[in-house]
Design a protein around this ligand. Structure first.
Ligand SMILES: C[S@@+](CC[C@H](N)C(=O)[O-])C[C@H]1O[C@@H](n2cnc3c(N)ncnc32)[C@H](O)[C@@H]1O
Length: 217
């Protein structure tokens, strides 16, 4: 918080850090991506097939890994992030459109997508429950949800540390919460979780789920 306040006071610009964050995002992620996280993305994203929706695509770090999608529609609410992702969209192996939209209000019809991809995004979405409701709506029955999320860990002290750090972290990292229990929210929303893999001392989860919709026939 102090660093952000200092940065803003030096420039007199309230939103300096918000402007800066998209530009530094790839550099901040670089060491993690090179130490295995990129491979975790690749393995998951290669499973996306058919008509694909990606939520909060940021700078497009997943785009090079789509192989089996017919088409990817990516949504991203932050115009600077979207702009930075366009070269990756253009050089991808499959067609990718990046549109400005929010997960809580998806501009798509019901039962449209075969796969929905979310990576490192449920930590930031202001209303994750509403976003999951929207994803369930636009995803076909039996469609696939692929997630990589960092979550609140079960260890008592470390989990509490995440609670304490979140107010500061949120300001520093564009609204990112360290203390979200995204797996619980996914189950609560009605998805059938088919696999959970844990990485980096259980902070990162790779989750695969199926969109179960009630049929009255
Ligand atoms: C930590 S970045 C992750 C970017 C990318 N998915 C990745 O894996 O590198 C979080 C992204 O979520 C986006 N975001 C924030 N609020 C959102 C919302 N309501 N709906 C969709 N995306 C959102 C941010 O703009 C940002 O690009």
């Amino acid at each position: 918080m102090l660093i952000i306040n200092w940065l803003n006071s030096v420039t007199g610009d309230e939103s300096l850090w918000e402007k800066w964050f998209p530009k530094v995002y790839d550099s901040l992620m670089g060491p993690l991506e090179r130490r295995g996280f990129g491979q975790i993305r690749k393995k998951l994203i290669q499973k996306a097939h058919g008509e694909v929706l990606e939520i909060g695509s940021g700078t497009g770090l997943n785009f090079p890994f789509y192989e089996h999608a017919n088409k990817v529609t990516a949504i991203e609410p932050e115009p600077r992030m979207r702009e930075l992702s366009l070269p990756r969209a253009q050089s991808a192996q499959v067609p990718i459109d990046v549109i400005l939209a929010e997960a809580e209000k998806l501009p798509f019809p019901d039962d449209f997508f075969d796969t929905v991809v979310c990576t490192l995004v449920f930590c930031t979405i202001p209303n994750p429950t509403k976003a999951l409701e929207e994803i369930r709506r636009v995803c076909k029955p039996e469609g696939h949800i692929l997630l990589i999320e960092h979550v609140k860990i079960e260890h008592r002290f470390l989990g509490q540390l995440q609670e304490w750090l979140t107010p500061f972290w949120k300001r520093l990292c564009d609204g990112c919460h360290l203390n979200r229990n995204t797996l619980h929210l996914v189950k609560l929303a009605g998805f059938k979780v088919t696999s959970v893999n844990r990485y980096y001392k259980d902070i990162f989860l790779v989750v695969e789920a199926i969109n179960k919709k009630q049929s009255f026939f």
